[in-house]
Design a protein around this ligand. Structure first.
Ligand code: ZN
Length: 246
């Protein structure tokens, strides 16, 4: 009781900063940028954009796993306990996780997973990851201007987004995607390069056990990552995955 009184007096006297509500509420995100296949030049831009979103929203702080050693330490079952969510920012190939299954189980236990662009070009052939992220990169053609169509205008990741929205980027096509396993957020109604009518998903979310998964295929190019609409899209999806919005 005496300690508490002393603290109150120190705070009142301006000698001790009051506990920050913001920092107490902020979630902790681990951004993974390790690549074992193609490495995107835009990865540092993706990191900067995420850092700014965290700094400006004050909703989350960020830590990074850029090397195999950092990945091994921070994504061990023990390491993951320090985080509320993980972002795969254009990761590729078979990342040397100390325990892959423990990671997917950790997401299902109630944590956030956010995938940007080549996140679906990661762990090909490892079904638990593909099932968690909701689709697997199949191919892409030359960069092209497409008209993005919002599929759910009430979602935090698409709220306020123009539809159609013309965007020039590298546009992924997917396999192992099942429409009824995800909530599609952004799609095309024709093939990006050939124009054939069809359904081409580009961003979606899903619940994974008690966890939440948000994926956007956009963000190959630096100017896309830095675009205002993309930053809002990524922030909305990330906050939803963290359980900070519904
Ligand atoms: Zn790309």
């Amino acid at each position: 009781m005496r300690v508490r009184t002393a603290t109150v007096l120190l705070v009142a006297a301006g000698l001790l900063a009051p506990p920050s509500v913001e920092s107490a509420a902020a979630k902790k995100l681990l951004v993974v940028t390790v690549t074992k296949g193609f490495r995107h030049d835009s990865i540092p831009t993706a990191e900067r954009v995420l850092q700014r979103l965290g700094d400006e929203s004050k909703a989350f702080t960020l830590d990074y796993a850029r090397t195999d050693d950092e990945l091994t330490a921070k994504m061990s079952p023990k390491g993951l306990a320090a985080y509320d969510g993980v972002v795969f920012a254009s990761t590729t190939g078979d990342l040397p996780l100390p325990d892959r299954q423990a990671f997917v189980d950790w997401v299902a236990a109630g944590h956030a997973f956010v995938g940007i662009h080549a996140a679906t070009d990661t762990y090909h052939g490892w079904a638990p990851f593909i099932e968690m992220i909701g689709g697997e990169f199949k191919t892409h053609g030359p960069q092209v201007k497409v008209a993005l169509l919002v599929q759910d205008a009430a979602d935090p990741s698409t709220k306020g987004m123009a539809s159609p929205l013309d965007v020039f980027d590298e546009i992924y096509q997917f396999k192992s995607f099942e429409k009824d396993r995800v909530k599609t957020l952004v799609a095309l109604d024709k093939h990006p390069n050939e124009g054939t009518p069809g359904f081409y998903p580009l961003a979606w979310s899903r619940s994974h056990g008690k966890g939440r998964v948000f994926y956007t295929a956009l963000g190959h190019r630096e100017d896309v990552l830095e675009a205002d609409w993309f930053r809002k899209h990524l922030l909305g999806g990330t906050l939803w995955a963290l359980g900070a919005s519904n």
